[in-house]
Design a protein around this ligand. Structure first.
Ligand code: TYD
Ligand code: MG
Length: 458
């Protein structure tokens, strides 16, 4: 721990949520993160007191021009526009988070390329890389850098001045962890700095009607440094997900004041940048081998979009008491719950088996409507019997083994049929709403045991 400076007063700030303690503590009482406290210099005066335009008099809400708030610019990257809800909003602030190396700088540059191609100016503040590195990436992406101005500075005063002088349509800060405000003594990347520098830049963006994109890294624990302090400040939080070892990347809107939240965009990382994947279902189930044990297909709702996903499971004998549960793309706790339900309702001895569950391609799914497919993949691997061909499974599983209705069954069933699945196993509660398509057999089930009997019968 750093020694206390003799003169400057310090405090301990949780790097996850910004909670302040006078002394170092191991666990944050506010967000319960472990080991998240760092000693920082205290800031003088109320934060942001001297920033922001003075709001003088109140005025009638009805007198506000609603078209004003919605001036959008399409970025030219279709999947990004879809996630944003139609394009960038001027004066809007976007936080773009993700693991290092996932493609944040790449998508930012591709977005600027689209914006500047229409004649607009853009500012790219590179705090992490040299302008030469940014230029090399632009060349590699085939981005015509005309109209993109780089600024190799990390202090908010320089950035604000550049925004004022250049008056760009979009300003990208890559990354927010490298910028600092002179008003705060803490190191760049600390919560106090991220909060203060972020607030100053947001104010500047709103003042000059510039779309601000703040790029932020994710820490080991899976949080943006100071996520909560920035999340409430921005209009849109986008999160770039994906597995480094897979080419597919999913851009997800966690929060969006200007559009639907939880909408996704799908990209593939190629040698010349991120390519849009407008037909994710085809891609995610492509190359799938039918008639192998441990594979099941489902349709997950990601925002407004139905996406077909292949679930792969491997169940092998392990030692009871220390059996492993490893998952990629599927929630770990959910798989443990499903295994317990299978133990109880299907009589399979899951407790003495190691369990591995993946989504093919590493796509992350959090939709409980995919439970039945996860269970079917597990049971199929356990019994070493492939599921019947051309079968897709929909359904959420409850603790008593009941198969519950899923949301938006129409969209899901249509997507299954579109991709050539001829049998859909679905909850009885969803049967009525499911569209009847010629050549597609709808098999309704109430419980996991009924579903498993049906699947075993072939
Ligand atoms: P980058 O955008 O630098 O990631 P981030 O800003 O999120 O840290 O992209 C990093 C990875 O993408 C890097 O490992 C190289 C790879 N990449 C490609 O495969 N093709 C490309 O055209 C580019 C620019 C990067
Ligand atoms: Mg980067």
């Amino acid at each position: 721990m750093p020694a206390r400076a003799a003169k400057t007063k310090t405090q301990f700030v949780c790097q996850s949520c910004g909670h302040v303690e006078a002394r170092w503590v191991g666990r944050c009482s506010s967000c319960e993160a472990w080991n998240s406290f760092v000693e920082e210099a205290q800031t003088a005066g109320p934060r942001g007191a001297d920033t922001g335009p003075v709001q003088a008099a109140p005025f009638a809400l009805a007198s506000v021009d609603s078209a004003e708030a919605e001036r959008r610019t399409a970025t030219g990257v279709g999947e990004l526009d879809r996630v944003l809800g139609g394009g960038l909003v001027s004066g809007g602030v976007i936080l773009l988070g993700g693991d290092p190396g996932i493609g944040k700088s790449t998508i930012a540059l591709q977005m600027l390329s689209g914006i500047t191609a229409a004649g607009a100016h853009a500012l790219y503040v590179c705090g992490e890389e040299s302008p030469a590195q940014v230029r090399r990436r632009a060349v590699r992406l085939g981005v015509d850098a005309e109209g993109i101005h780089v600024l190799a500075a990390a202090d908010t005063d320089s950035i604000r001045k550049a925004i004022k002088d250049l008056n760009p349509a979009v300003a990208v800060i890559d990354s927010v962890q490298t910028v600092y405000s002179r008003a705060v003594a803490s190191a760049p990347g600390s919560v106090s700095q991220v909060r203060e520098a972020g607030a100053e830049l947001v104010t500047a963006a709103r003042e000059h009607d510039v779309t601000l994109v703040l790029i932020g890294h994710v820490t080991k624990e899976g949080f943006l440094a100071g996520p909560r302090v920035l999340e409430h400040l921005v209009d849109t939080v986008l999160y770039f997900e994906g597995d480094q070892n897979h080419a597919y990347r999913v851009l997800r809107a966690i929060k969006n004041r200007f559009g639907p939240a939880n909408e996704i965009g799908v990209f593939e990382m190629l040698a010349d940048g991120l390519a849009e994947v407008s037909n994710p279902s085809e891609v995610f189930v492509a190359g799938r081998r039918e008639a192998v044990a441990g594979s099941a297909v489902t349709c997950a709702m990601e925002g407004s979009r139905p996406v077909m996903v292949e679930i792969q499971a491997l169940v092998t004998p392990g030692s009871p008491g220390s059996a492993r549960r490893t998952t990629l793309g599927v929630d770990h706790g959910r798989v443990a719950m499903l295994a317990a339900v299978m133990e109880k309702r299907l009589g399979l001895s899951m407790i003495s088996h190691d369990i591995f569950v993946n989504t093919a391609g590493g796509v992350k799914i959090s939709d409980p409507g995919t439970d039945l497919a996860v269970m079917a993949a597990l049971a199929s691997s356990y019994r070493d019997r492939a599921l019947p061909p051309s079968t897709a499974l929909l359904g959420e599983i409850g603790l008593t083994g009941e198969v519950r209705a899923v949301s938006q069954v129409r969209a899901r069933a249509k997507e299954c049929a579109r991709l050539g699945f001829t049998r859909i196993v679905l909850p009885r509660g969803s049967l009525e709403q499911a569209p009847k398509t010629k050549g597609v057999d709808l098999a309704a089930v109430d419980s996991v045991s009924e579903a498993w009997d049906l699947l075993s019968a072939g």
